[in-house]
Design a protein around this ligand. Structure first.
Ligand code: ASP
Length: 298
């Protein structure tokens, strides 16, 4: 079966000086996932590898470099889904976790599908994942941003929220036609402590089913959640839509039905990919077997 990888690095109002770091980041992430697939690896491992690269890249609002909440703390959300079995794993509101996607993957492999906060952190330790000091995830830049927001709060939820930095996600298809998807975020800037958006919610941000395809979303989580965006796009694939059409239609619906802003990446089991966004920018990168190299843009 034909291989495919598509990655996003957030939809929003990505600042001019952030464009190149975002473009480079999603390109490296797509390359990491592609290498796994071309060596015969599984879609789930490819998705995890791409998201790991982006969580460790401080340009993105995920893992290290996440936005800080009103209390100045990092609180992260992540989800991952295996389209072969429909197993899913998600975590929300976690601190002290360097790579929330790895914890979501541990949840996927367990009897649970979703763990939050302190319970998720305890589970991480039981899985042998070290807890890190939260300050290690807080970058200098995000501390400066937080000070600015504190002096001049952006309000929450922000109407038609457009992020200045990127949440991350990936959809991959492997040689056996297995589809997997994942999403990871630090949430919205200066968010209310305990606020959770779409990113850890299966069906809202992340969905994968070998019978139809996979999707990952980014953008205004309060709006994306209410239209269950990723599952809607995958349902459109099941009805025969091409990934590009499913992506376009779902973002149009998000805007029309709830005035939402955001972006989506989509792939089907035949190795076709598509994306759409209605924000000023969305960082994305993709590669399929019809392409000589990764195409990255922002
Ligand atoms: N969707 C994320 C959230 O609402 C934020 C983003 O994608 O920028 O938490």
């Amino acid at each position: 079966m034909p291989l495919a990888v598509i990655v996003h690095g957030g939809a929003g109002n990505i600042a001019d000086q952030e464009v190149e770091p975002h473009r480079r980041g999603v390109e490296s992430a797509a390359q990491a996932a592609w290498q796994i697939l071309t060596e015969g690896g599984a879609a789930l491992d490819a998705v995890q590898a791409a998201i790991l690269v982006l969580e460790d890249d401080p340009a993105f609002d995920a893992g290290t470099g996440s936005f800080l909440n009103r209390d100045g703390q990092v609180e992260m959300d992540a989800s991952i889904m295996d389209g072969r079995t429909l197993d899913a794993g998600a975590v929300a509101g976690v601190q002290h976790i360097k790579n929330p996607i790895l914890l979501a993957r541990q949840v996927l492999a367990s009897d649970f599908t979703f763990l939050i906060g302190r319970g998720a952190e305890r589970f991480a330790q039981e899985c042998g994942m070290p807890l890190v000091a939260n300050r290690l995830l807080r970058t200098r830049e995000q501390i400066l941003n937080w000070k600015e927001y504190k002096a001049n709060p952006p309000g929450h939820p922000e109407p038609a929220y457009v992020s200045p930095q990127g949440t991350v996600g990936c959809v991959a298809v492997d040689r056996h036609g297995n589809v997997a998807a994942g999403t990871s975020t630090g949430g919205t800037r200066f968010k209310y402590p305990g606020r959770v958006g779409d990113s850890p919610l299966i069906g809202c941000a992340t969905y994968a089913d070998n019978q139809s395809g996979g999707a990952s979303t980014t953008g205004w989580g309060e709006a994306i959640t209410r239209v269950v965006l990723s599952k809607s796009a995958v349902d459109a694939l099941a009805r025969g839509a091409k990934p590009s059409q499913a992506a376009r239609d779902s973002i149009e619906y998000l805007a029309r039905r709830v005035g939402g802003t955001g972006g989506i990446i989509v792939a089907n089991p035949l190795g076709h990919v598509g994306f759409s966004f209605n924000t000023p920018r969305m960082a994305r990168a993709y590669i399929t077997e019809e392409m000589p190299t990764v195409l990255a843009d922002c």
